[in-house]
Design a protein around this ligand. Structure first.
Ligand code: IMP
Ligand code: MG
Length: 176
């Protein structure tokens, strides 16, 4: 199947405006406090980069790389940590920044793992949420966009490793 040029679902301008809004909200919510921002690689790199530039709080950043065990069609909810964070989060305010919550199983499992390290709080910011698929039982404090159940790429998100560099969120049109 040939992949055509992606169709824009959320433009660069819309992304920037919404990211700015979220950053303002986070800045207000954590006034006088310090954050540890955990960027979930690889998909959240661009969202996280734009977000932290606009958050007006003292913060430290760290990065985690996760993958789900199980076959390709079912998510078992078991998480393999490929690269863990280096910072000590005990007693700290943690903000996990994710690209997209689909079933939420990966993030649910990782949040449980982080909780064992006794942070003061854990909040989640996600760029995208697909409401139709939600199976998770954890609250998401910051959601930039809820989208319909389509496979999206760009602004960090990939299809087979490609399209992460696009400055917008797009949908791939398939042709024969
Ligand atoms: P889940 O929430 O555990 O089901 O896993 C969500 C992960 O699947 C995300 O972090 C993405 O890496 C990937 N994913 C889900 N939906 C999409 C999509 O539409 N485009 C690109 N990646 C996706
Ligand atoms: Mg991801």
């Amino acid at each position: 199947m040939e992949k055509l040029a992606p169709e824009i679902m959320i433009s660069e301008e819309q992304l920037q405006l919404r990211v700015e809004e979220l950053a303002k909200q986070i800045t207000q919510d954590f006034q006088g406090r310090e954050l540890i921002v955990i960027c979930v690689l690889k998909g959240a790199f661009m969202f996280c980069s734009d977000l932290v530039k606009k958050i007006e709080l003292p913060l430290k950043m760290d990065f985690v790389s996760l993958s789900s065990y199980g076959d390709s069609t079912t998510s078992s909810g078991k998480v393999k940590v490929i690269k863990d964070i280096d910072l000590d989060i005990e007693g700290k305010e943690v903000l996990i920044v994710e690209d997209i919550v689909d079933t939420g199983l990966t993030l649910s499992e990782y949040t449980k793992m982080l909780n064992l390290r006794n942070p003061k709080s854990i909040n989640i910011a996600t760029l995208l949420l697909k409401p139709s698929k939600v199976q998770h039982d954890f609250p998401i404090s910051y959601i930039a966009f809820e989208i319909e159940d389509k496979f999206v790429i760009g602004y960090g998100l990939d299809y087979a490793g490609r399209y992460r560099e696009l400055p917008f969120i797009g949908v791939l049109n398939e042709s024969n």
